[in-house]
Design a protein around this ligand. Structure first.
Ligand code: ZN
Length: 423
């Protein structure tokens, strides 16, 4: 078996589905910083936005496409000419542009939301894929609410969009309703019933309304999916999407059972999680798997005793594997530039040389006053240096932005958008 067969593609939608959730709007500079971290993380594709939703969204996609060159950069569009033209223009500058077109296929969505017939849906799907192919060869089609769609009709749509030129077909569990065994059977059935489906990459997009998004994504891969859509910290509409860090670490820790892996550099996971939390001002749940602050904490005496004797007694993975620093590196006035730089990187901030110099000088000055400089204080220094360079007032408590409060650099937070779900 070739390596490709053993790899599942990671399609990150933190900047699109994640950003759509209330309280998670991001501004362009914040999106770009996250996109760069996603690049370091090694995801295969970054969905950078939904360009028709707003001019800001379109601009963010354009900038990410231009600046982040390794991964595929995708833009979302409904199966409507204006959406596709806007999305196509936004990703045109990408090294590897992808257009992601979608339309709902369940009778509930067709009758109650779109108010169109199945035949009209099929025609729109075909026309959408064909138009998208004029902008790029890499077209992904999503059948929104696929898991609640009538199977025979869904299979007709899949067959038709592959014929029209889609190379990835995403079958979302849009409302987080399916159970793992159903998802596995569902993907197997599609592959059995639609011969064309085996010529393209099938993709899963699972929501966490019942806490099953990661389990369902794993089941989808067992059923034949080869791309999984997920987000950092599992953010996304309602209860969120499949958590990138959980999916990736399951495939790594239980490679023996999964039988496949991803190209993600797991040591970048903690930095990505921390950066997202700072940018959005939303803390990570303390007991969140992999990235919560208690994920590697051992407080009970019997556990501490076991871990000190042999870590494997209570740890199934090492904190270092996901980028959680094992030792708490205390910065003080004897710390060097390199220590400052490393700590910032562990917290998801990659600094320019100028920024390192500036942050380092201020850290030394602060350490003169108070001996030790904590992570939060270090991040305040980073934000202050950046704010000054941008000509905006220095923030008092960066990273603690509240909804409706003051943003990291003193500017107002981005407006919340309610443009509809996507997939
Ligand atoms: Zn979604």
């Amino acid at each position: 078996m070739s390596d490709a067969v053993n790899q599942v593609l990671i399609f990150d939608t933190t900047l699109r589905d994640g950003e759509q959730a209330p309280g998670f709007s991001m501004r362009l500079t914040e999106k770009l910083r996250l996109a760069r971290q996603l690049d370091r993380l090694g995801v295969d594709a970054i969905e950078a936005g939904f360009p028709i939703a707003s001019q800001d969204d379109a601009e963010a996609v354009r900038v990410v496409a231009r600046e982040v060159r390794r991964p595929i950069v995708a833009a979302l569009a409904r199966c409507a000419p204006k959406d596709i033209e806007t999305a196509g223009a936004a990703v045109a500058g990408a090294a590897r542009p992808r257009l992601h077109v979608f339309i709902a296929t369940s009778d509930l969505h067709l009758e109650r939301k779109l108010r169109i017939t199945r035949e009209a849906c099929l025609e729109a799907a075909i026309a959408g894929v064909r138009l998208a192919r004029r902008y790029t060869d890499d077209v992904q089609f999503s059948a929104e609410d696929a898991t609640r769609s009538e199977p025979e009709f869904l299979c007709r749509v899949i067959d038709a969009v592959v014929a029209a030129g889609a190379s990835t077909v995403n079958l979302p569990d849009t409302v987080g309703y399916a159970l793992p065994d159903e998802i596995e059977t569902f993907f197997r059935a599609v592959l059995a019933r639609v011969p064309a489906a085996s010529r393209v990459v099938l993709s899963a997009h699972c929501h966490d309304d019942l806490g099953l998004a990661v389990a369902n994504s794993l089941a989808a891969v067992r059923g034949g999916a080869r791309q999984v859509e997920c987000t950092v910290n599992g953010i996304g509409e309602r209860a969120g999407n499949a958590s990138l860090e959980e999916f990736v670490m399951v495939t790594r820790v239980r490679r023996d059972r999964a039988g496949y892996g991803t190209r993600v550099d797991t040591t970048q996971i903690f930095g990505a999680s921390q950066l997202l939390s700072r940018v959005t001002g939303e803390p990570v749940q303390a007991n969140k798997a992999i990235v919560g602050r208690n994920a590697f904490a051992h407080e009970a005496g019997i556990h501490q005793d076991g871990v000190l004797k042999d870590r494997r007694t209570y740890e199934i993975m090492r904190p270092e594997e996901v980028g959680v620093p094992r030792s708490v590196l205390v910065l003080g006035k004897h710390s060097g530039r390199h220590a400052v730089q490393r700590r910032c990187e562990e917290l998801g901030e990659t600094l320019s040389r100028f920024e390192i110099d500036q942050v380092y000088r201020r850290m030394i000055a602060l350490a003169d006053e108070q001996k030790h400089v904590e992570d939060g204080e270090l991040m305040e220094l980073v934000a202050a240096v950046r704010a000054e360079a941008a000509g905006t007032p220095a923030p008092r408590r960066p990273g603690l932005r509240v909804v409706g409060g003051t943003a990291l650099d003193g500017a107002p937070p981005p407006p919340e958008r309610g443009y509809g779900h996507g997939v």
